[in-house]
Design a protein around this ligand. Structure first.
Ligand code: ADP
Length: 447
């Protein structure tokens, strides 16, 4: 097992990794920008190294500074968390070249899944069903028209290097195609430095259902069930739940088997998530994330499996602690992502937190790096807390969630707590009757 792990991240996920390390008896090294000198992850870690000024490109994405921090502290592994460098294949490679273990999949698999066209090709070859679309990238308007004729409108133009819902444009007819193509291309170029795009059939009422997997260096792959992440705004997840209200046990087993068989063939190492759209009883692969996800705690709640602990053990060469038959699902879990944002305009709301009172009690978990007196810096993602609630049934989980949201106090800044309070009382949500477009379609009428 490792003696010391450097956590190349900040905020709640840095704490999440620190906690897993501590329970395994591993020392931790925090890295931080000058803006985060007073951050909770810095306070909790055994050691801390400042790696640069506030902008992420100069600090949390600064590979030479992070490697120097690992070398001067003698860290034997680096956990990248999510975001920042977690899906940067070159970073994983460089870490390895320095004799340090990267806690995550192989650089080859990160690279393959980071390119959405290569990922879809891989999925197809592994027997995983995909959304109908272009074979490879779409070059020009003529190309786009030909593909649209084959798959039918509406179509979605997506960035090959995409992430975070950026670089996606819908075209409902041929008349909209050319503009959507150039807009997607320019957004992708600006966001990812790569303007390559591809096309998919735009599904009108899908749910977003993803399967959590773990693979070890002995070649075992297991799945930990699904998460329904259909509540989204601008293709970004707001609330997630498991099990999905839309799946039956047969569909769940079917998709779990398909994913496990596919990733076993690949020899996948570490934690990963295979994302699907689900419509009319059919699953369509959209992408794979080769890292731990924001919403992993709901899976931990229903399976009792510590996903970050498994990631660390797998990276240290240990076999998985569970076989598929050991994985059982208990009750229902929901996560609310709480952002420092105005709940009406969604404008970022950084600033000083004057009061902080997280909810507690049976079945309630709060993952957050906040404390009273802390100032949320304006430079990074606006996610400041995750409220995860577990109950024996969906109904009891919802009752507990409403109670927990009532208790939650974050003073001094605007947060999306109020949006969640309204959302969890909405009749469509209570009935589980929602798809990926529902939140944006309906929000105006109930907020
Ligand atoms: P990103 O990597 O940017 O998050 P994804 O491919 O994971 O992009 O898609 C994010 C979300 O965008 C999905 O959960 C879904 O809501 C929407 N989306 C993606 N592809 C389609 C599609 N073909 N039809 C309808 N909605 C889609």
């Amino acid at each position: 097992m490792f003696e010391k792990v450097l956590i190349a991240n900040r905020g709640e996920v840095a704490l999440r990794i620190h906690r897993a390390c501590r329970e395994l008896g591993i020392h931790t090294v925090a890295v931080h920008s000058t803006a985060d000198a007073d951050a909770m992850h810095v306070r909790l870690a055994d050691e801390a190294v400042c790696i640069g000024p506030p902008p992420a490109t100069d600090s949390y994405l600064n590979i030479p500074a992070i490697l120097s921090a690992a070398e001067i502290t003698n860290a034997d592994a680096i956990h990248p968390g999510y975001g920042f460098l977690s899906e940067n294949a070159r970073f994983a490679e460089i870490v390895g070249e320095h004799g340090i273990t990267f806690i995550g999949p192989t650089p080859e698999h990160i690279r393959m899944m980071g390119d959405k066209i290569a990922a879809k090709e891989a999925a197809k070859s592994l027997g995983i069903p995909c959304v109908p679309g272009s074979d490879g990238s779409v070059g020009n308007d003529t190309d786009a028209k030909r593909v649209a004729k084959e798959i039918g409108f509406p179509v979605l133009i997506k960035a090959t290097a995409g992430g975070g819902g950026r670089g996606m444009k819908v075209a409902n007819s041929e008349a909209e195609l050319s503009e959507a193509l150039s807009m997607a291309r320019s957004e992708a170029g600006k966001a990812f430095g790569n303007d390559q795009v591809y096309m998919e059939k735009y599904l009108v009422t899908p749910r977003h259902i993803e399967v959590q997997v773990l693979g070890d260096s002995q070649g075992h792959v297991i799945h930990l069930g699904e998460r329904d992440c259909s509540l989204q705004r601008r293709h970004q997840k707001i609330l997630e739940e498991t099990p999905s209200p839309a799946l039956n046990a047969g569909d769940r087993d079917k998709i779990g088997d398909i994913v496990v068989r596919g990733l076993s063939k690949l020899g996948y190492l570490g934690a990963g998530t295979v994302e699907f759209l689900y419509e009319n009883g059919k699953f369509y692969f959209i992408e794979m994330n080769t890292r731990v996800q924001v919403e992993h705690p709901i899976t931990e709640a229903v399976t009792g499996i510590d996903i970050v602990r498994e990631q660390i053990k797998i990276a240290a060469g240990a076999p998985l602690s569970y076989e598929q038959k050991d994985v059982t699902f208990h009750g229902h879990a929901i996560e609310c992502r709480i952002n420092a944002e105005d709940p009406k305009t969604f404008r970022a709301s950084p600033g000083r937190v004057t009061d902080y009172h997280p909810p507690g009690g049976l079945g309630v978990r709060v993952d957050s790096a906040l404390y009273a007196g802390y100032s949320v810096p304006p430079y990074y993602d606006s996610l400041i807390a995750k409220l995860i609630v577990h109950g024996p049934t969906r109904n009891e989980c919802l009752m507990r969630l409403r109670r927990a949201l009532e208790e939650f106090v974050i003073g001094g800044i605007d947060t999306t707590i109020d949006l969640h309070r309204k959302l969890v009382s909405n009749v469509d949500f209570v009935n589980g009757a929602y798809d990926v477009h529902w939140l944006e379609r309906s929000m105006g009428s109930w907020r």
